[in-house]
Each structure stands twice: as structure tokens, then as C-alpha cells.
Write a protein that binds this ligand. Structure first.
Ligand code: NAP
Length: 324
């Protein structure tokens, strides 16, 4: 382990937008908490797909250069509490981070760092998408795209917990589909857009899906819409393909009795009841064993570039974390 000078810390800094090579190890002054903020000694930093867009400069709002990426950390406060914190201002890929007390929660002792980080951006997203956007009802059929990924893994587990009748996982490789089945999906399908709607109809007796969770964009969005049953809802919450989301024809929606909902976590966490309460529910499920997750990959801080490369290259499953 590298020793840093007193008052400084090791962190990953981005000085120009680019690919994973833009993530550089730097020695920076310790951050100083302002009013309503806490200084955290970071034991784990979560990596999210959106971080790759922030580094590329394609995320809106774009961070001001230079910046330290990382919107979620787990660690200890000056008074010794073990906490999980969400901070859309960034600063998480570091040995120490400043976070807002309002979006910081204590972590139950039984919940490990990697699980806690998985439950934050990805867990909250899966929770809100299923509960709030899709309004999943008992017995319904749900298709989960990128089902072996961070949000996808949580969505497979939560869809089951929320009473889905049939959980259909979609993923790009046999290994990922195998993983989704181990997580509890009933069926796992190839997510390639070509023939996707037919595969979903085959798996649902010709009916299609009540709910499709879609985070790939491009042709996968269109294929997801085609896979819906009457009164089906597609929730769009990502664009991992970077192909954008095609325009939706309202006439087609009404002809087929469909709905398209969008979801973005950032403005949601400040709404009353939308942050601490679902997170408390997710912690409780993790503590009693109903939301156990196989560990995802953990990288040392100075290999943040490799974590991003693997995420963009679709080589990861589950929650990706950095260990400062
Ligand atoms: N709206 C929000 O507030 C919100 C919050 C969190 C996450 N998200 C979005 O949800 C999605 C999942 O996020 P995550 O952090 O959990 O990531 P992740 O699912 O762990 O990784 C992204 C996955 O997207 C799939 N993918 C499809 N096309 C891809 C491409 N061209 N390049 C890379 N990956 C591709 C891959 O799964 P397959 O190989 O199986 O296709 C890949 O594993 C992302 O699109 C993210 O931006 C949105």
C-alpha cells in the first residue's frame, strides 16, 4: 500500500474527457467538508455505468474539469460510524470523500461493503423502476435487460420479491444468462435485438411481456417495445449502447395499448420517501438473506481504468467496486 503525506490522499482524477485511459492516479489535498457534509474514510467506491459517460464527457450535466469520479462510497465517519453515501457531485474514487449528510445512511453490520454499494444507485434504480415506473403487479411477466449487470441482478431478485409471475432475463452471452438463472430468473434469453420479440412471445405462450426494463437503447429499445403484451409498460432508464433512444409513435402506443415510462434516479432521491425508505427496505432484505448477491469484481483504486474498460467491454457481471 502506498503511503500518502499527511493532508493529502490518493484519488483518481480526470483532467480531460476521454476513455478509461483518462482515469489517472493523483495525489490530491484531502477534501474539506462544508456545512451539512461529512468526511468519509473510503473503504469501497462503487463504479456505475454512468461513470463511463461522465469520464467521456457525454453525461449531462457534464462535470467541470478536473474532477474525481465516483458517486457512491462506503466507509467510516470521523465519529466511527460505518456509512453508505450517495454524492452526485462525485469525489468517490479516492481514499477520502466529502458527502452530504442528507444522502448518507448507516450500514447494518451484516451487510458487507460490496452489497451496500450494490444497493445504492443500482438497488434504488431497480426498486424505483419496478415499483414506481413499471407499477409491477402480482403475477405479471417482466423482462429484464442486461440481467447479469449491476441494476439487472438486483432487478431479477426484486422482481421475484415484488411478486412477478414470470421473470425473463435477457443478456448477451450464455455465461451471463446462466448467472441470471442462478439469481432466480425463470427463463433467460439472448438479448440480441434481432428476433428478440419472438423469443419473448415464445416464452410467454404468445402473449408478450407485461413489463420490459430497458437500459441498452438503440435497436434493443425497439425490440423491447415489440415484445410487450397489451397494456404492457416499457421502462427506459439507460442507453448503454450509446445509440440513443428512437422516437416513439404515440399512435402505435394507443393502437397496441402500451405505455413507455422513463426513469432517472438523480432527481428522485430528493423527493420525500424516495431515498432512505427504499434503501432501508433493501438493507432489510439483504440482512434476512432475500437479497444476497454473488460478489462482482473489485479493483484496486489505481486500476480504475481497468474497471471502466471491463464495464464498457461488457466483461463484468454484478456490482463493480474499487478498493482504495
Ligand atoms: N436512469 C438511472 O437513474 C440509472 C441508474 C443506474 C443505471 N442506469 C443505467 O442502467 C444500465 C445498467 O447500469 P449498471 O451500472 O448496472 O451497468 P451494468 O448493467 O453492470 O453494465 C452495463 C451492461 O449493459 C449491457 N450493454 C448493452 N450494450 C452495451 C454496450 N454497447 N456497451 C456496454 N454495455 C452494453 C451489457 O450487458 P449485456 O452484455 O448483457 O448486454 C453490460 O453488462 C446502464 O445503461 C446505466 O446507465 C440508469
Amino acid at each position: 500500500m502506498t503511503v500518502t503525506e499527511v493532508g493529502t490522499m490518493r484519488a483518481i482524477q480526470v483532467s480531460r474527457f476521454g476513455g478509461p485511459e483518462a482515469l489517472k492516479l493523483a495525489e490530491l489535498p484531502d477534501p474539506v467538508p462544508g456545512p451539512g457534509q461529512l468526511l468519509i474514510q473510503v473503504t469501497g467506491a462503487g463504479v456505475n455505468f454512468a461513470d463511463t459517460s461522465r469520464v467521456a464527457g457525454s453525461y449531462q450535466p457534464a462535470p467541470a474539469l478536473p474532477f474525481v469520479p465516483g458517486t457512491e462510497v462506503v466507509g467510516t465517519t470521523a465519529d466511527g460510524r460505518r456509512v453508505l453515501a450517495l454524492n452526485f457531485a462525485g469525489g468517490g474514487y479516492a481514499e477520502r470523500a466529502v458527502v452530504d449528510a442528507a444522502t448518507t445512511v448507516e450500514v447494518p453490520a451484516q451487510v458487507g461493503d460490496a452489497t451496500a454499494l450494490a444497493l445504492l444507485v443500482q438497488g434504488l434504480t431497480a426498486w424505483h423502476v419496478l415499483r414506481g415506473s413499471a407499477r409491477l403487479r402480482d403475477g405479471e411477466t417482466v423482462v429484464i435487460g442486461a440481467a447479469a449487470g449491476g441494476v439487472g441482478s438486483l432487478a431479477v431478485r426484486l422482481a421475484r420479491h415484488f411478486g412477478a409471475g414470470l421473470v425473463i432475463a435477457a443478456a448477451s452471452t450464455p455465461e451471463k444468462r446462466e448467472k441470471a438463472l442462478r439469481l432466480g430468473a425463470d427463463v433467460a434469453l439472448d438479448s440480441a435485438p434481432d428476433g428478440f420479440a419472438e423469443r419473448v412471445r415464445d416464452a410467454t405462450g404468445g402473449r408478450g411481456a407485461d413489463v420490459v426494463l430497458e437500459s441498452t437503447g438503440g435497436a434493443a429499445f425497439t425490440a423491447g417495445l415489440d415484445a410487450l403484451a397489451p397494456f404492457g409498460r416499457l421502462v427506459t432508464f439507460g442507453n448503454a449502447s450509446r445509440q440513443g433512444r428512437p422516437p416513439v409513435d404515440p399512435g402505435e402506443l394507443s393502437d397496441r395499448n402500451l405505455a413507455v415510462a422513463g426513469f432517472w434516479l438523480r432527481p428522485v432521491v430528493t423527493l420525500p420517501g424516495h431515498f432512505r425508505e427504499p434503501l432501508t427496505e433493501l438493507f432489510a432484505l439483504a440482512v434476512d438473506g432475500r437479497l444476497t448477491l454473488p460478489p462482482g469484481p473489485a479493483y484496486p483504486l489505481d486500476e480504475a481504468h481497468r474497471a471502466h474498460r471491463d464495464l464498457i467491454g461488457r466483461r463484468t457481471t454484478g456490482k463493480v467496486i474499487l478498493r482504495p
